[in-house]
Design a protein around this ligand. Structure first.
Ligand code: HAM
Length: 409
């Protein structure tokens, strides 16, 4: 878990603002769920055999004996809220977005933290492939809005429950032979949940995994048609993608479409985001009505890292540094600064005794303008504004100063 400090925090805010603008254009509204949920929600929703549930959750017993967990992801929570508040009775699809911290006890490394942040969205209430494509279009639009270009979109279909169960049987049969040569986790998964073998990261197991059957050969007619239509909708939008049959994703709730976006700048942890369809999840969590859905979560830590590497976002600099000379000037400047801040101009007032120190500081803070205020300025109510880049000075009345600063952005 780490601290996020300035100037990086400004990039975080800009990324979040860009995401909110994009969500609004696609008619998504915000949902905020608690960071703590009952453990059973994730065990059932995400799946007992997944890495997340079996070894990465922060779980503790509350004083009343109930088991609580810091959310490792938010899709299960959003579905819980959807069911609890009967959002199925609202008109149309529920298109919800969220941003906030998630918690997984993973081995920390660059791009992987135990408290990390996600910006995500869920569209609940339709199984139309048009929604799959729109959700992917939305996430691509967010990346464009924050200025990220060179990413790769990977898509796959993991089929419906029935196709997946046939695929699981085929995998299990195949793994009987090869699993003894694989890592311990894979040997266990080969029995309990063979699909999970496909997201094993162990390099030695990769050649064996490459040889396993492809899920795409097990899709039934309906799944295949659904996947074909998703791709058609993406082609219509000129959204480039690669079909990657091994992309099964690390959570059990997926059905049909799954996707990830990777970026070269990220190194080993190169997935900026992941998502997919989860028809059947709502029913598994107790919904009486079917609520098919699809969504994604962007790893905000990784998104910010990519933006910082590309340097597409510049933090807003300090607009004005005011250097008051003496106590009377300090009082005067405090009021003047208030009027200037009301113009949406950022102002810093110096508190050092020596003018030289204050001007040095103004330089270091990269202030666009400085204003030196002494007794003379207070009496005459006229000020000398210095443009730090050009070193040009202007002498202005109080009103002229405000008018001048009003238009600096
Ligand atoms: P996920 O693939 O587990 O999916 O996580 C999504 C993204 O969160 C990853 O691609 C990665 O960028 C980021 N992420 C995950 N773990 C960490 C970590 N330890 N440190 C930093 N970043 C991390 C989900 O969470 C699903 N809820 C996505 C979804 C939404 N599917 C449908 N709707």
């Amino acid at each position: 878990m780490r601290d996020i400090l300035p100037p990086s925090s400004a990039v975080w805010n800009q990324v979040e603002a860009a995401a909110r603008r994009t969500f609004a254009r696609f008619n998504y509204r915000e949902i905020r769920t608690p960071v703590l949920e009952e453990t059973a929600l994730f065990a059932r929703g995400v799946g007992e055999e997944t890495d997340i549930v079996s070894k990465e959750m922060y779980t503790f017993e509350d004083r009343d004996g109930s088991s609580l967990t810091l959310r490792p992801e938010n899709t299960a929570s959003v579905l819980r809220a959807y069911i609890e508040h009967r959002l199925d009775q609202q008109p149309g699809l529920q298109k919800l977005y969220y941003m906030g911290p998630m918690f997984r006890r993973e081995r920390p490394q660059k791009g992987r933290y135990r408290q990390f942040y996600q910006i995500g969205a869920e569209a609940i209430g339709s199984d139309s492939p048009a929604i799959d494509a729109e959700v992917i279009e939305l996430v691509v639009a967010i990346l464009h809005e924050v200025g990220i270009r060179d990413f790769e979109l990977l898509i796959n279909s993991v089929g419906s429950k029935e196709s997946r169960s046939r695929y699981n049987d085929a995998l299990r049969a195949e793994l009987k032979e090869v699993a003894p040569r694989m890592c311990e986790d894979c040997q266990r998964r080969a029995e309990t949940n063979p699909l999970r073998v496909l997201d094993c990261k162990n390099p030695q197991d990769q050649p064996i995994i490459e040889q396993l059957p492809s899920i795409l050969d097990f899709l039934d007619e309906n799944d295949r048609d659904h996947f074909r239509r998703v791709r058609e909708f993406l082609d219509d939008r000129h959204i480039a993608y690669t079909v990657k049959p091994r992309l099964v994703r690390g959570l059990d709730y997926y059905a049909r479409t799954t996707f990830e976006i990777t970026h070269g700048a990220l190194g080993a942890q190169n997935a900026i985001l992941g998502g997919g369809r989860y028809d059947g999840l709502a029913e598994m969590l107790g919904s009486k009505v079917a609520a098919p859905g699809i969504g994604f979560s962007i790893g905000e830590d990784r998104l910010v890292m990519t933006v910082e590497e590309q340097e597409t976002v510049r933090p807003r600099p300090l607009d004005l540094y005011i250097a008051p000379m003496g106590d009377a000037a300090l009082r005067h400047c405090a009021v003047l600064a208030g009027d200037i801040r009301n113009l949406d101009v950022s102002v810093e007032i110096g508190t050092e005794r020596k003018l030289k120190r204050m001007l040095e500081l103004a330089n270091k803070l990269e202030a666009r303008y400085t204003l030196i205020v002494g007794d003379n300025e207070i009496v005459t109510q006229s000020y000398t504004l210095k443009d730090m880049a050009s070193a040009q000075q202007e002498t202005l009345t109080r009103q002229a100063l405000l008018d001048r600063l009003r238009n600096i952005h």
